[in-house]
Design a protein around this ligand. Structure first.
Ligand SMILES: O=C(O)CC[C@@H](O)C(=O)O
Ligand SMILES: [Zn+2]
Length: 508
């Protein structure tokens, strides 16, 4: 009645111990990647004058920042690949202040860069030229929480991790979890429709966000801050702003439906010999674990090499071509562990997995999660990283990695695949010792054509921002992009909100 891996005998599953609720470890920021985006021309916006500064300082005394040293971290993106030259950072606290600022900027034709925690990976969160940075950093109040429905309403600048901690004390959790949770803001998460590690279980923000308050480009406040599960009164306007990357409005508050905190959480780390076996493991997992499955993530042996070499994280099991992190979240530890045990027994009996380990203590759980969460950080030690975030039919996701290796024929330092198997979302990262235009020319448009040929998406969860916007036609028909342009023109006729982002340079 035991499952024996090379790395662990899982008798613990037969005689279950009580598990504590397990909080995942999240990695810090890193640096990498060149910007493949052609630099756009500066659009003819006004430049900030002394009179403008007088106006801003009157509305935001002490919160109008012009010191270049203080502006530096807001001008540069997390990957240190896009650098703007903004001379003004505004830090409003209220919706009314945001409204006054946008109304003024619109009348003066001043461009504005909405900014949350500045953790984006596609250059969407920083200015490109001298756009005014309008930050959510001081809009960080929780407004209401309904303990019966689990609906949380908060200002846009609340840090995701702080919301998680607030909810955990009340027996709830956020439906969203991602590596940058310690610094990203919920408003930015919604504006980019962030996906993360548990989308498989809790769905996307398009389902869990129930309401939004948004300030439009001309300062009008759109109050769609509903907390209703059902509301069929015509067009669902909030959906326009979810994933709009700050180009249609400035999100000031969010209502979100939160799941109950699970009573039992388990994490297992498995090794598979082939990607086919990994997919079969996923199938088996869905069938046998059912509703308690909360994450199914993978990394390949190249990721493991980077983790071991650069971050000195030891491989917790024997070497395998593929590794899987599976998390279960349920309400009954005995029931969950029994299910997990049955699944592991079956997976071993069918030779789908060759080794594995189960974490039952907080520290080991964190260690196992860090093998997945710290890959992005490990990559930053490789030199330049060309980053791709691709959505594909799940059975195709690793074929892109192997085809890319064949296609590049050793020109790259490493071609690394990892991501969210459960969501069909591959993170394909290609590294080289330094920026390499010839390598880039070999990767693109090959990768986009390959993705389009199987109706995939060139941006699964990171958005388009500055870097990917001109590739939009690989994933969207020109009529759809033209309609996006119409919506932009209607909501922001002067184009002051996050210019140079999301929409392509030229509409077809
Ligand atoms: O850095 C990347 O390519 C992926 C980052 C993030 O979306 C993740 O899933 O770890
Ligand atoms: Zn991801």
């Amino acid at each position: 009645n035991q499952v024996s891996f090379k790395s662990q005998t899982l008798s613990v599953l037969v005689f279950p111990r009580k598990l504590k609720y397990l909080v995942m470890l999240h990695s810090g920021a890193g640096m990498s990647e060149p910007s493949p985006a052609a630099a756009p021309e500066r659009l003819p916006f006004s430049q900030v004058t002394q009179e403008d500064l007088v106006f801003f300082k009157k509305i935001l005394p002490g919160r109008t920042i012009t010191d270049p040293d203080l502006l530096e971290s807001s001008n540069v993106d997390w990957l240190k690949t896009v650098r703007g030259s903004s001379e003004v950072l505004l830090r409003p606290q209220t919706t009314e202040e945001v409204s006054q600022i946008l109304s003024y900027c619109n009348s003066r034709n001043l461009a504005v860069n909405p900014q949350g925690g500045n953790t984006g990976l596609v250059g969407g969160s920083v200015p490109v030229y001298d756009e005014i940075i309008l930050s959510t950093a001081l809009m960080n109040n929780i407004l209401t929480f309904d303990r019966i429905s689990g609906i949380l309403t908060c200002q846009a600048g609340c840090v995701l991790e702080n919301l998680s901690l607030y909810l955990e004390e009340r027996d709830y959790i956020m439906p969203l979890d991602l590596g940058a949770k310690g610094s990203c803001h919920i408003g930015g998460n919604v504006a980019t429709n962030a996906g993360g590690l548990r989308l498989l279980r809790y769905g996307s923000l398009r389902g869990t966000v129930l309401g939004l308050e948004v300030v439009l480009a001309d300062g009008r406040v759109l109050d769609c801050l509903a907390t209703l599960r059902k509301d069929n009164t015509g067009y669902d306007l909030k959906q326009l702003f979810i994933g709009s990357e700050g180009t249609l409005g400035f999100i000031t508050a969010v209502s979100i439906l939160c799941p109950r905190k699970p009573k039992s959480v388990n994490v297992i780390f498995l090794g598979c010999e082939t990607f086919e076996q990994l997919l079969q493991t996923f199938q088996l997992c869905r069938g046998m674990l059912g509703e308690i499955l909360s994450a199914f993530e993978f990394l390949d042996s190249e990721c493991m090499r980077l983790l071991v070499t650069h971050l000195k994280l030891p491989n917790p099991i024997t070497e395998c071509p593929f590794y899987v992190v599976i998390e279960t979240s349920g309400s009954d530890p005995t029931h969950d562990q029994q299910k997990l045990h049955n699944f592991l027994e079956e997976a071993m009996a069918s030779s789908l997995v060759s080794d594995g380990t189960v974490a039952t203590e907080d520290s080991k759980i964190k260690t196992l999660w860090s093998m997945r969460e710290r890959v992005t950080e490990a990559l930053t030690h490789e030199g330049f990283t060309y980053k791709y975030d691709i959505s594909l039919p799940v059975e195709r996701i690793y074929q892109l990695v192997t085809d890319m290796r064949t296609h590049l024929g050793g020109r790259a330092k490493s071609v690394v695949g990892y991501g969210h198997v459960g969501d069909g979302n591959l993170h394909l990262n290609i590294t080289s010792p330094a920026k390499d235009p010839a390598l880039l020319a070999a990767i693109e448009p090959f990768i986009y054509e390959w993705t389009a040929s199987c109706q995939g998406s060139i941006s699964a969860e990171h958005g388009l921002g500055l870097k990917k916007r001109n590739y939009i036609y690989y994933s969207k028909p020109s009529q759809a992009v033209a309609l996006m342009g119409n919506i932009k023109a209607m909501l922001d006729p002067k184009g002051i909100l996050n210019p140079y982002k999301t929409l392509p340079d030229k509409l077809k």
